[in-house]
Write a protein that binds this ligand. Structure first.
Ligand code: FES
Length: 134
């Protein structure tokens, strides 16, 4: 994650302010329009960092926040998929318990620019959209 305060922001790729997150918080975001935008979420990390993932569980492909904006366990230590209870490490996205144990969330590369969390230019939004199964 790099920070350069002189860069201009592509507002379409802004996720949130870095100050909106702490080590016990998470928030969802949507980038793009139409029926199948990129749906992701970010979790705050110890030390002020942030991790980002697609909001798509590797078990059955559901969004993790069955209850809107609820991505974490009650103590904030793990990511929770509310559909069937899978638990994931915040820093790696690795599933430590549940029906998809051993699989991982899909990481989204992020950057911090001028105090904003931004989807990295390297992320192809069109390649990340949640397309319905055939
Ligand atoms: S869809 Fe996430 S645990 Fe089943």
């Amino acid at each position: 994650m790099a920070e350069d305060s002189r860069e201009t922001l592509d507002l379409e790729r802004v996720v949130c302010r870095l100050s909106d997150l702490d080590a016990l918080s998470a928030r969802g975001f949507t980038i793009g329009g139409g029926d199948w935008p990129l749906r992701g979420f970010v979790v705050g990390a110890a030390g002020g960092g942030v991790h980002g993932y697609l909001n798509r569980c590797p078990h059955a492909g559901h969004p993790l926040d069955l209850l809107p904006q609820r991505f974490l366990t009650a103590d904030g230590s793990l990511i929770l998929c509310s559909s069937h209870g899978a638990l994931f490490e915040k820093a790696s996205g690795y599933c430590v318990a549940g029906p998809c144990a051993g699989q991982s969330l899909t990481r989204l590369a992020l950057e911090v620019r001028s105090g904003f969390v931004v989807l990295a230019d390297s992320v192809d939004v069109n390649a990340c959209v949640a397309v319905p199964p055939p």
